[in-house]
Design a protein around this ligand. Structure first.
Ligand SMILES: *Cc1c(COP(=O)(O)O)cnc(C)c1O
Length: 375
């Protein structure tokens, strides 16, 4: 029997979440962001469920190649644009749209001769100071692109640093509006955080941020059923469904005395006699090593907690609440690390939060050794 760990990617959840994103987008077209191998879910696996999107956004040219090989003929956007001159030939061959965020990329484009072959998204640095032209440089860059024979059309984009918290997007939106004022071209601004916060709400209301939805929105995490802020409450409010579930089993049980230590470093001590289950999941599977005692986990449908340090291949769990609920809690009992199993649901953000991280990181870190099934 193989080690009993298994990840499941649920296509219905992806379809549902895409529909939620669409309803928030109020008619704007939707890029399904599938970078980082679709946030760890696998580009090939998610493709059948997300092909209802208007385009795919990613940054690895090999992933773009995969989408074309799967038969996707629609738009693909390279979110970081080209990494070198030679990538422009790949863009021409695969018909990839690409972001231009640096003068070097304009310089490379200037050497291409195929007329109007490139559809680019010019990126404004609206305050995050990661990628993009400053508001002062923006219009010069736009003008430069207009003059290049290889450039067919220029759209406008920016990325928000604080759409998920304070101070929000007002300053960045104002910088964007004034940078692109009067220029033709489509616009794209929103990641999941901005879309869920400023798009059409489940109740139909909208925050006041005129123009923020633009022509294209770019949700990533929301499609996978994770929260852009790290708060599981977002997932509930938007009724997002977990696209990834990580399930394993109890492979051993200990009965320990009060005062006994559990796990490496003896960081946990039992306050009373208790039953401890050993679940076949560890940091080599992508379970966060820094998950502290108390991190939620579901055994046999009952929410309980992990105890002691996470090891490479195992984590210890408190079986007492499971027993108290009348379940067997024994070798072979199913253990849900995150996602959904039968009637139980455990938000990936609820697991990430005690470790000081986000659902994003846990999804992306699902290890190769974990077998994945598509449901
Ligand atoms: C990753 C990314 C997104 C999607 O972000 P989420 O927070 O996952 O919705 C959107 N736009 C850009 C430029 C990105 O790099």
């Amino acid at each position: 029997m193989p080690r009993p760990i298994q990840a499941t990617i649920t296509l219905e959840a992806l379809r549902h979440n895409l529909a939620r994103a669409r309803s928030a987008a109020d008619g704007a077209r939707v890029w399904a962001v599938v970078k980082a191998n679709a946030y760890g879910h696998g580009v090939e696996r998610v493709f059948p469920a997300l092909r209802g999107a208007d385009g795919f956004a990613l940054l690895d040219l090999a992933e773009a190649e995969t989408l074309r090989a799967l038969g996707w003929g629609g738009p693909i956007l390279l979110l970081e644009g080209c990494f070198g001159l030679e990538d422009l030939a790949t863009c021409e061959r695969l018909n990839l749209w690409h972001v231009v965020h640096d003068a070097a990329q304009i310089h490379w484009l200037a050497s291409r001769t195929k007329p109007r072959a490139h559809r680019v998204f010019l990126k404004l640095n609206s305050g995050m100071n990661r990628l993009g032209f400053t508001p002062e440089q923006y219009r010069v860059a736009w003008q430069r692109l207009q003059e290049l024979p290889a450039v067919g059309s220029v759209s406008h984009m920016t990325h928000f640093a604080t759409a998920d918290g304070e101070p929000g997007i007002a300053d960045a939106l104002e910088r964007f509006d004034s940078a692109v004022d009067g220029l033709p071209g489509e616009r794209s601004l929103c990641n999941s955080a901005a879309l869920l916060r400023y798009g059409v709400q489940p109740g139909g209301r909208r925050e006041d941020a005129p123009g923020v939805l633009g022509d294209w929105v770019r949700p990533g995490i929301a499609l996978y059923g994770g929260s852009p802020t790290g708060a599981h409450a977002d997932v509930r409010r938007w009724e997002l469904r977990p696209a990834m579930s990580l399930l394993t089993r109890i492979i051993g049980v200990q009965t320990v005395e009060a005062g006994s230590a559990v796990g490496y470093g003896a960081t946990f001590r039992a306050e009373r006699p208790m039953r401890v289950g050993v679940a076949a999941v560890g940091y080599a599977d992508g379970y966060p090593r820094h998950a502290p005692t108390g991190t939620p986990i579901v055994v046999d449908g009952v929410r309980t907690r992990i105890i002691g340090r996470v090891s490479m291949d195992m984590v210890m769990v408190d079986l007492d609440p499971v027993r108290a609920a009348g379940r067997a809690a024994d070798v072979g009992s199913p253990v849900l690390c995150w996602g959904r199993h039968l009637d139980a649901e455990l938000g990936i953000d609820e697991v990430a939060e005690p470790s000081g991280t986000l659902g994003y990181e846990l999804m992306c870190a699902l290890a190769r050794r974990v077998p994945v099934q598509v449901a």
